[in-house]
Design a protein around this ligand. Sequence first.
Ligand code: GLV
Length: 393
Amino acid sequence: MENQTIPPPVELKNPLVVSHKLLMGPGPSNACPRVLQALSQPVLGHMHTELFQIMDDIKIGMRYLFQTRSNLTLALSSSGHSGMEAVICNLLEPADKMLILIGGIWGERASDMAKRHGVQVEILKKELNRPVSLIEIDSAVSRFRPKLLFVVQGESSTGIYQDVEGIGEITRRYNCLLAVDTVASLGSVPLYMDLWNIDVVYTGCQKIIGVPPGLTPISFNERAQKVIFNRKTPIQSYYLDMTLLGQQWNCFSKDLSRVYHHTTCANLLYGLREGIAILVEEQLENTIKRHQTCAQRLYRGLEKLGLEFYVEEEHHRLPSVTTVNVPKDVDWKNVLAYAMKNYRMEISGGLGPTAGKVFRIGIMGYNATPENIDGTLQVLKEALEYSRNHSKL
Ligand code: GLV
């Protein structure tokens, strides 16, 4: 080993210690002990029969959470961004037209991605603190005649809830596909993929499902699959190719044996199965009610603190992410730093168009309890007072 000039780093001789923080931002949320326990089960190989059973459980669990019978329902081995990219690269070919409803950073991100794939992007954008109406959507779809309409149901950067009921009828009328991003919203508001004629849905596992980031549940219906299987050009991403992933997840036929595509992380899949199982036990309507009840409690508390909501109309607010304007006499960075330093609590600042303008408070999964809401309000109250009295920590 005489050529070894780099010594073993002393830093790595220290044991790993990660202390607890209460994650009351827009995600990730804290994973519950049951999920953490599942993550630490023994590692399995990606082609082991036991893991295939776990993948099958995830498929049926996600069909329940998305409310779909679609066979092509699975989890991508990557973070929420990959859901967005999978929609674009599977359904669209260069020069195809995509209409994006932009209500914050995630619509912007989809536009950036689509352009990189050579897609022609059209934008529907109004004021960021209100959702877009069905009339506005109808008129944009009829004007641009896109192949795909992309909508974010819960914009975590602005806290807007974009109701998607009724959009599917519009897209069907114009022979257009509808993709809905539910990364921050699934489990806090209703979503009926089949009933609402949504062709593709994806979500994040690190929000309401309460699993560490790294997997993205996604579902393509038959209409979307027809488009994928009739492409003229190959899907540009091998990693996100749904025809190959569908074979690994055995989505297309019961008789087909699984075909290796990539090495899945067994332990993350255990965590996802457990996170879904917890929501199945609670039942979707109760999960939604719990998040909405917590949101109401948060709104009343924020009003008492004299804070103004970025999204004025209560029914336009995403229950899982609340945005309030940063008061003029407060330094937002001080407030976040106070909460973290004194309480190890994460409250977030704005993101993208709301950066520096809002605080974002998340109510997600295991963290969605009245106790956590009351605790967050108390910490926020103190932090605001502190920031008003001190310009710097
Ligand atoms: C991430 O999803 C965020 O909204 O910050």
